[in-house]
Design a binder for this molecule. Sequence first.
Ligand SMILES: *Cc1c(COP(=O)(O)O)cnc(C)c1O
Length: 379
Amino acid sequence: MIKIPFNKPYFAGGEIQNIVNAAYKGHLSGNGIYTQLCHRFFETRYGFKKTFLTTSCTDAFEMAVMLMDIQPGDEVIMPSFTFVSTANPFLLKGARILFADSCPDHPNMDLNAVEELITPRTKVLVVMHYGGVAQDMDKAVELARKYNLILIEDTAHAIDSHYKGKPLGSFGDFAAFSFHETKNVSAGEGGMLVVNNEKYIPRAEIVWEKGTNRAAFARGEVEKYEWVDVGASFLPSDMIAGVLYAQLQIIDEIQSKRKKIFERYYDNLKPLEQKGLVKLPYIPDYAENNGHMFYLLLKNKEQRDKMLRFLNENYVHSVFHYLPLHLSPFYKNRHDGRELPNAVRYSKMLLRLPFFYELPLELVDFISEKVISFFKTDK
Ligand SMILES: *Cc1c(COP(=O)(O)O)cnc(C)c1O
């Protein structure tokens, strides 16, 4: 018997045809028809002000950081319990990162712990919607307004998820999405920067196109296509956009299937939570489940590691993450020494179960059975 994989990429159906179409149209480079279709999709469906496909979410962050004009010594507040891509782009500009702890009841950043970290040098607040579950955006937006901070949402997990009915990615000055193969909608590798604050849009067009005014030139607004600012190459090929667009066309199916997987795990494992053996993902009233992932919280690291071994020996590939960034080999000597106990706790106790679009509900039952049977031997 082969192991049930943790993740499995899939094709929605139209990907190959879109790649061929892009070639027939004679436009394989960036900003072709599929790029524009993807932009229109996100701008109309979610009301994002302006969108730019990028080659990754990491790249979307780098582009945002260029637009923010970060200076050495500027301070940025973000969760410790996140992926390195949330942090790296700021360090390239010499910013100082202050990592904040997670909530006691959720891996999301504890916004109540943010205010005391704000100083006159604080320039940016980064929120990450863990597992696609919204941060309290009323609170985040209020903090950003009160202290005049740039707000950026890491929406890598958060496609098609909402806060009080409003799409995640529409609150920040910026939001950065990922279309990596482990995310709900994928182009293999890919990402997107959302720019909601209009003041950044003209420069965003330029930075996206390698520092040139190609966008204005294409609209006939200027006579020459010139180098007008710093920039970089953030555009993916239109073939990549074609792959993404094929998936976006069935996003409702993808989301509905993934939410069913989440709910099935939840219902199957609820009795374990009722017995006090595990904790299941908590979703506040203002947030929702977007079927990004399913995780369990075990009693302690020893039990989590034991469960991980048990599942892997029983044909289930489960994994854990994140190692808190403030304790990472790269950052621990740069961190200011504050203890972030909740972030550390999640890194020790959290276990992720297989989760992908084509995972049959029968296998969700099989995996759940294995988890339940673990507690028959380990109490
Ligand atoms: C996946 C992920 C990223 C990075 O996405 P890429 O597209 O691989 O660059 C950033 N932040 C979080 C929270 C992620 O999960």
